[in-house]
Design a protein around this ligand. Sequence first.
Ligand SMILES: [Zn+2]
Length: 267
Amino acid sequence: MTKRAFFRFYAELNDFLPPSHRFEEMARTYLGTPAVKDVIETLGVPHTEVDLLLVNGESQGFDYRLQDGDRVSIYPVFEALDIGAATRVRPVPLREPRFILDVHLGRLARLLRLLGFDAAYTPGAEDEHLAMRAAAERRILLTRDRQLLKRRLVTHAYCLRSQAPLEQAVEVLQRFDLMSRAAPLTRCLRCNGRLQAVGLEDAGDRLPLGVRAYVTRLAECLDCRRLYWDGTHYPRLLSMAEDLLARAVSGPAHRRPDRTRTGDPGN
Ligand SMILES: [Zn+2]
């Protein structure tokens, strides 16, 4: 027997729907008793973007089996939203903002490292490896690949909207509210290792002769031993980091939760 359920997506979850279906209830027919997670993903919305599910007004988990006539309301991550007694479908947010990026996001990885965030990135890594490492190391997966986000192993992730690395960095800052946690130039852009200040004498002959004369600050990556010094590109990197943070603070805030449009799911 064909059954029918009704779905309504809130706020930025509508980004994943075709324009004709945004911000309104849609009916879907189905057979059997599928898990609500699978039907939501069939509609194009990755489960990792969902923070709260209400079925007929009651909060439910991703494993909930649809029943004929169900009305499903699907809400995105609202860190500050008071949802009262309702239960969020995902585990509590990861406290340490640590990331793992898919193979297409090398430039974003460097920008996040520039801002001081732990951003794991391995060129050529398989999806399976990314999902397993994200789970094992409790990292937030960043990707634009919705297939990757469908994996059950992936619990904390963000689907980037922009294709431009600078915009993507602003998105991540805003989405995870990281502006006050940034620490520019504390991490190695090449390998993600932490930087530690070192004296000129520790650098030995690894510091080019022409550089030695003007260096006042010198840092070394604890992992790959690469040296960073305050030369011509140091101020440029710092101003790039400051520019990203300023953009994240001042907007455009179009990716931040728009509470005026969603009502209060707690009622
Ligand atoms: Zn390094």
